[in-house]
Ligand binder design. Structure first.
Ligand code: ZN
Length: 203
């Protein structure tokens, strides 16, 4: 199983980090060891002093595919969940300045907390889906999938030209604005619409 993540997929978030809005999706990956499930606590690692939260809608791939056309991309994911793309922003900034890959900033252990997944039919409209992150009861990120620069189908079509998607793979679809530092003792709660799907602590 692999995690493919999309960077800069909401214009307002690209702006807040002074990044250009991309012409094609920006892709990076996280290994299976990044997954953190069941609302287990996240233990803040010592190699970073600036780990950011990025709340994201996550797609679960339900069958193998390569060169998937956008028209049929909807057949390749059947469930949607919520994830946090933890990012060591201090490490990422150094690597970006040097033009180096982002792995150390993005792919570390437990850097991908995920919720349970729900059938996409259980949502009224996945293309107009509100989601949010609260820290210590305060809303810090608020997004809606209608603001995606690259749609779910577009992402699947694009990625599958290069990388075969397999059943069980996850796609993190990008974060809206409002990213920021997490601190030991914080409680993170993630919502899709009004439903709380993530609720865990930073230790
Ligand atoms: Zn992200």
């Amino acid at each position: 199983m692999k995690i493919i993540a999309i960077g800069r997929n909401y214009a307002e978030h690209a702006k807040e980090l002074n990044n250009p809005v991309p012409g094609v999706p920006v892709i990076f990956m996280k290994p299976e060891t990044a997954v953190l499930k069941d609302n287990l606590p996240f233990y803040h690692p010592e190699f970073s002093t600036d780990i950011h939260h990025e709340i994201e809608i996550v797609l679960k791939i339900c069958k193998e595919g390569k060169y998937i056309s956008e028209k049929f991309a909807g057949n390749y994911y059947d469930e949607i969940g919520l994830g946090v793309d933890f990012t060591a922003r201090d490490i990422q900034t150094i690597h970006k300045e040097k033009g180096l890959p982002w792995e150390l900033a993005k792919a570390f252990d437990n850097s991908a907390p995920i919720s349970v997944f729900k059938s996409k039919e259980s949502f009224q409209d996945i293309y107009n889906l509100g989601f949010s992150l609260n820290i210590n009861e305060k809303t810090v990120q608020l997004g809606n999938t209608k603001d995606l620069l690259f749609s779910f189908e577009n992402i699947i079509a694009f990625v599958s030209q290069y990388i075969t998607l397999k059943k069980g793979d996850l796609i993190f679809t990008g974060t809206p604005k409002g990213v920021g530092k997490i601190n030991v003792g914080d409680r993170l709660q993630g919502y899709i619409e009004k439903e709380k799907l993530l609720d865990f602590e930073i230790k």
